[in-house]
Ligand binder design. Structure first.
Ligand SMILES: Cc1cc2nc3c(=O)[nH]c(=O)nc-3n(C[C@H](O)[C@H](O)[C@H](O)COP(=O)(O)O)c2cc1C
Length: 184
């Protein structure tokens, strides 16, 4: 049996001739449709860049490590917010509830001034925008950026975190917004 080896791209293959992923094509709309069955929470990642505040709707937020305290999110490498996030060197994850649907829509847009109709305050640790009425926030200094496929994984070291409203979450699933319903 061939010995498994770890390629530099971290795809585990046993032998090049056995690599079934080579040349595989996945239809993008089918990829999105199937993966859309995986629900995500909804956040807005903010930062204070030299050119002004940055905000982008993010569903890929994840906690990574407790010691040290690290969290992360995946940002498309064509995102207009990527450069500003790098320049800021810090970010704040605003964890949304159902009341922030309009905020989410604005932050998912490519408008020039996404903050035009929103009030916000500066987080105490990094000065990043925090929106009133959100469920919670996680304020971070930028720890690492890892390029993976067509996305960049932004890893933050948590400096401060707290709940604000602490209510039900906003959930994104199969292209629709909802909230949490306990089944047990
Ligand atoms: C619910 C929701 C979740 C999203 N999650 C992500 C995500 O995890 N990563 C990402 O790159 N874009 C995500 N987006 C898309 C971005 O918000 C969108 O592309 C936005 O226009 C990017 O703004 P920018 O170009 O100013 O950076 C999400 C959008 C929505 C509505």
């Amino acid at each position: 049996m061939p010995v498994a080896r770890l390629t530099t791209s971290l795809n585990v293959v046993t032998d090049p001739a056995d690599d079934q992923t080579e040349g595989t094509t996945i239809d993008p709309s089918e990829y999105r449709r199937v993966l859309g069955h995986m629900p995500t929470g909804v956040t807005v990642v903010t930062a204070t860049a030299p050119n002004g505040p940055i905000g982008v709707a993010i569903g890929s937020f994840v906690s990574i490590s407790l010691a040290p305290p690290l969290v992360g999110f995946f940002l498309g490498n064509q995102s207009g917010s990527g450069i500003g996030l790098r320049e800021a060197g810090s970010f704040c994850v605003n964890i949304l509830g159902p009341a922030q649907l309009d905020l989410c829509a604005d932050m998912a847009s490519r408008a020039d001034d996404k903050f035009a109709r929103w009030e916000w305050s500066s987080s105490s640790a990094t000065g990043s925008p925090v929106f009133p009425g959100i469920n919670a926030y996680v304020d971070c200094e930028l720890h690492d950026i890892v390029s993976i496929g067509d996305h960049d994984l932004f890893v933050g070291r948590v400096l401060d975190l707290n709940t604000i409203a602490g209510g039900e979450p906003m959930v994104f699933h199969t292209g629709r917004y909802g909230s949490f319903g306990a089944v047990g």
